[in-house]
Ligand binder design. Structure first.
Ligand code: 13P
Length: 257
């Protein structure tokens, strides 16, 4: 059975008191009391300082919720002032990390070589990677788009497929309110699925969830979840307000995935 994920990426938002109040409301939410099949997963990626308190609070929620970091260091330990290692986020309760988010690629100039180092560290620690990929502009030809995705998937080939979640996040749709059309998401997720098949073999690749991210909200989530190759969503701005994300959780659970 394919696993589906709804994951909140808080980015560099919310303070300790806000996150505590959010999780406390969530733990009392009737949505989480609904019967949820085991293959539907809900997760959060707060900033580093709040991982541990989220972990402590999440243990009191009725349903298991997944905790992720938004990034890890490319080094496993040592003299790297200001960096946070995968082992440290694991120690704080995270089961994996977002890797290669377009904001890290564009603002912090992360290269494929950097991403390979991070992926290898997660692999050795048996942690999950939520690997983000996608195009920067909306005007790429199909051929160029396919070529780009092939290149972005290629670096995953030695990563264990059972630890992998892929997130298709077109950069032009992130934080812009300009979500990609379902036809576009379908086309791109079909390309991604084909490249995953090539990298891992179709049997292994079949279990790798592909999420969509980029201006997801309560208006567009259900039609995105309806798409053949899409197994969930990575949500930025619409996850910051508890009420809004709670509605997304409800839509996710009701989507009969
Ligand atoms: P928005 O939902 O704000 O567009 O952000 C998407 C994203 O970057 C999730 O990782």
């Amino acid at each position: 059975m394919m696993h589906h994920h709804l994951i909140a990426n808080f980015k560099m938002n919310l303070l300790d008191s806000e996150i505590r109040s959010y999780i406390s409301k969530l733990s009392q939410s009737s949505v989480l009391r609904k019967k949820r099949p085991d293959h539907l997963h809900i997760g959060f990626a707060p900033s580093f300082p709040y991982l541990q308190s989220c972990r402590d609070q999440l243990t009191h929620t009725l349903a298991p919720l997944d905790l992720y970091a938004q990034n890890i260091s490319e080094a496993s330990q040592g003299a790297h002032t200001g960096e946070v290692s995968a082992q440290q986020i694991l120690d704080c309760g995270a089961r994996g990390s977002i890797i290669g988010h377009s904001e890290r690629r564009s603002i912090y100039h992360e290269t494929p070589e950097t991403l390979v180092k991070k992926i290898n560290i997660l692999k050795h620690l048996k942690m999950r990677a939520i690997y983000c990929l996608g195009e920067e502009t909306s005007d790429l030809s199909d051929r160029d788009l396919d070529y780009l995705l092939k290149d972005q998937v290629k670096i995953l080939k030695d990563f264990p497929p059972t630890q992998l979640i892929v997130a298709y996040e077109p950069q032009w749709a992130i934080g812009t309110g300009r979500d990609a059309a379902p036809q576009h998401i379908h086309k791109v997720s079909t390309y991604i699925r084909q490249h995953l098949d090539t990298a891992f073999g179709s049997v292994e690749a079949a279990g790798i969830p592909i999420l969509y991210g980029g201006s997801v909200n309560a208006r567009n989530l259900s039609s995105i979840l309806d798409l053949d190759h899409i197994s969930g969503a990575l949500v930025g701005s619409a996850s910051l307000e508890f009420d809004h994300f709670n509605t997304l959780i409800e839509l996710f659970i009701d989507a009969n995935l």
